[in-house]
Unconditional design. Structure first.
Length: 699
């Protein structure tokens, strides 16, 4: 056996990073060559093709928790649970917790193949239980301990290389706390509406295609069609029922009409199941011929929708069909790739390496035609998190937003999932930390095509971006050397990883990565008054910032949420003699507030102001009491640990006076983490990033 074959086999078995490190890149040679050319100028107008590959059921931490320079297992802004433990220490029963643990270690212990872990509960009820009102402490009880299993660079090397070569988004969320179909509804139409019985479409009820009446609201594809913009779905005879466009009434009617001659089949999955399950080539040909006769009877408009949305190609040929259109110069403006079950990456039917093989073929098809690649964006995202843990709480809509709530729970945003932005304008190993969800994909298409999607709710347009911040249309990088994924290992059965007997918190890869500029500039400060603390929220950025308040001294029963562009105020009740709560926001923003309630408060007060030009944090220390207050100001991070003592300072403020301390974050690329303390347990922590409109580095 040659060394190359041996190395490829190692990759297939999940150890490929060892071979890849010695040989070079796992990206297709054709793509490497195409990347060497400068991308075309012209901004968004230079994009001619968007390829959307939505894969199945992986959370962000599950895949990228150990990736260098993103919001992963080393997150300084991780929330605290009501128990006082970090969010990574998930309760698992009386006196027990489960930390994130590697799939690789569990596979070795349990003598299993790390590629074939099984799926977990990913229902509407299970998703709500894990989220638990925003406390994020129900993961193990809702999903089993396997929820905490994660992969690292050795296990999924192509995924990591795509992140290191292009742009990874670490604040991209699924759209809803539930399963596949409602999330794909958001991708296809901007939201998930209601079932025929009046209940919200939060389950996979549409999979029962024989009885399900379909969804009556339009898809974005139909809007593209009406506007004369080209689009197409690439999918196979077996597509894991992931082509959600088949569940909308317009397409269900077309399917019934096209299938009218096929002997009782009324929906596409029923027909194609018969096609792929017959062992008789003649019978397969007969069925396909009957379909073509039905398609010939469609109107011109119906036939166009059928060919673009419902046509399936022979199993195993999705990548070939895509490659053929690239080669022929007929790749549409918008392509939806819907793989088969085995290529879907679903933990109940597929594997990461199977998906890597498909991704490789798609990128190779584009790289083989550099002029097409130069004008193409590939978005690789995941519909939902399955039951796998992620530590970042999602933004939550207001209580009175009926469009975004069902059964007393928010319909979104859902748990974080990966998004890889692959294009000539996203090269460089960047992280983009703007808040996105699946509707952001449609909003990106809106920007490119001018075709609007009115079903995206006002709240989602407020809290999420349109993906444009993930691109830099001014520069690119070149990547050398090549290799390719090896064969998919033989299927050996599904299994659920169990945590090790001795648990340790995983260590994230050291280092930072370049970061895209973000449209946020949040700040918050607090004033203690009788019975309450008034928190002033500010955001001078171009986009609304989502703030969450975590009450640890009983101020509220559950975390609170607020969307702010400009200023706003939170009145936080203090039921006891002390308060302790934390306010978080986008991209590492954090403010911790702790101290005695009035009237026993010592008169200490801290307000902040951000100077984005010089990247300075101005802290105003006030004394509203009757005796002098001595403050201690010290950095908790983003300075050399050996120099922290030199940065610390003590400031005494007389009654009725104030003093200002300026902390420069310029040398830390805008990052800061400052603690201010005073007598009687008064404490403030201020952490975040000062944006200046330019690319930066991750924190």
């Amino acid at each position: 056996m040659s060394s190359d074959v041996s190395r490829r086999r190692l990759f297939a078995l999940g150890g490929g990073a060892l071979g890849a490190a010695a040989v070079g890149s796992l990206l297709p040679p054709s793509l490497q060559a195409a990347m060497a050319a400068e991308p075309p100028a012209g901004g968004l107008a230079s994009i001619r093709h968007v390829v959307i590959l939505m894969q199945e059921n992986r959370s962000f931490d599950h895949y990228f928790g150990t990736l260098r320079g993103i919001r992963g297992f080393g997150d300084r802004n991780a929330v605290e649970l009501p128990s006082g433990r970090p969010v990574f220490e998930q309760p698992a029963g009386p006196g027990r917790t489960v930390l994130p643990f590697p799939v690789r270690g569990a596979a070795e212990t349990q003598r299993k193949d790390l590629q074939y872990i099984g799926d977990l509960d990913h229902s509407w009820g299970g998703g709500g239980k894990a989220w638990n009102g925003g406390w994020m402490d129900g993961w193990v009880t809702a999903k089993t301990a396997a929820t905490m299993a994660y992969y690292d660079r050795r296990d999924i090397p192509l995924h990591y290389e795509l992140a290191d070569t292009f742009t990874v988004c670490d604040a991209y969320h699924s759209s809803i706390h539930t399963s596949t179909s409602p999330n794909r509804n958001h991708l296809w139409s901007g939201w998930t509406g209601y079932e025929a019985d009046g209940s919200r479409a939060v389950t996979n009820a549409a999979y029962d295609e024989g009885t399900h009446p379909g969804y009556g609201w339009p898809t974005y594809a139909e809007r593209l069609e009406a506007a004369g913009r080209s689009w197409k779905t690439y999918t196979e005879w077996e597509n894991f029922t992931d082509n959600n466009i088949e569940f909308f009434t317009t397409f269900k009617k077309i399917a019934r009409k096209a299938l009218a001659r096929t002997g009782g089949h009324t929906f596409m999955e029923s027909f194609y199941a018969a096609v792929r399950e017959t062992a008789d080539p003649a019978e397969r040909t007969r069925l396909l011929t009957l379909l073509e006769e039905g398609v010939a009877g469609l109107t011109r408009a119906e036939r166009s929708l059928f060919e673009r949305g419902l046509r399936r190609v022979e199993s195993g040929t999705l990548a070939d069909a895509f490659r053929a259109d690239v080669a022929a110069g007929t790749l549409p403006e918008v392509s939806y790739l819907v793989p088969s079950a085995i290529d879907s990456e679903h933990p109940g039917a597929s594997s990461p390496v199977a998906s890597a093989s498909l991704v490789y073929q798609v990128l190779d098809a584009l790289g083989a035609h550099p002029e097409v690649w130069r004008h193409t964006v590939v978005l690789i995202n995941y519909d939902e998190n399955d039951g796998f843990f992620d530590h970042v709480p999602p933004p939550v809509p207001p209580q009175d937003d009926t469009d975004e709530r069902w059964q007393g729970k928010p319909t979104g945003l859902g748990i974080r999932v990966p998004l890889l932005v692959v294009s000539p304008w996203s090269v460089g190993g960047y992280v983009c930390s703007e808040t996105f969800d699946h509707t952001s994909v449609i909003r990106f298409l809106e920007k490119l095509t001018g075709v609007a999607e009115p079903h995206i709710t006002p709240w989602r347009r407020t809290v999420t971006g349109d993906l444009t911040s993930a691109f830099d249309f001014r520069r690119t990088h070149r990547q050398p050397e090549v290799d390719r994924p090896g064969p998919v290992p033989p299927f050996t059965g599904r299994w659920r990883p169990q945590p090790p007997a001795v648990q340790r918190m995983p260590v994230q890869e050291p280092g930072v990565r370049p970061a895209r500029p973000l449209p946020y500039q949040p700040d918050a400060s607090a004033t203690v008054g009788p019975g309450a603390v008034r928190v002033r929220l500010a955001n001078t950025g171009k986009a609304s910032a989502h703030f969450a308040l975590y009450p640890y001294a009983g101020e509220f029963a559950a975390p609170q949420h607020r969307d702010v562009r400009g200023t706003s105020e939170w009145t936080v009740p203090v039921p006891g003699d002390r308060y302790r709560f934390t306010v978080t926001g986008p991209n590492g923003f954090r403010r911790e507030f702790e101290g005695p309630a009035a009237p026993t408060a010592p008169g200490a007060e801290v307000t902040s102001r951000i100077d984005h030009h010089d990247r300075d944090l101005h802290l105003t220390l006030r004394n509203t009491g009757r005796s002098a207050v001595t403050y201690t100001v010290r950095p908790l991070g983003y300075v050399d640990p050996e120099d922290r003592h030199d940065w610390a300072r003590t400031v005494t403020v007389k009654p009725g006076k104030s003093r200002t301390v300026v902390h420069s974050a310029a040398d830390a690329h805008g990052w800061y983490d400052i603690e201010v303390t005073a007598p009687d347990g008064f404490r403030r922590r201020l952490m975040g990033h000062i944006e200046n409109g330019h690319a930066s580095v991750s924190g």
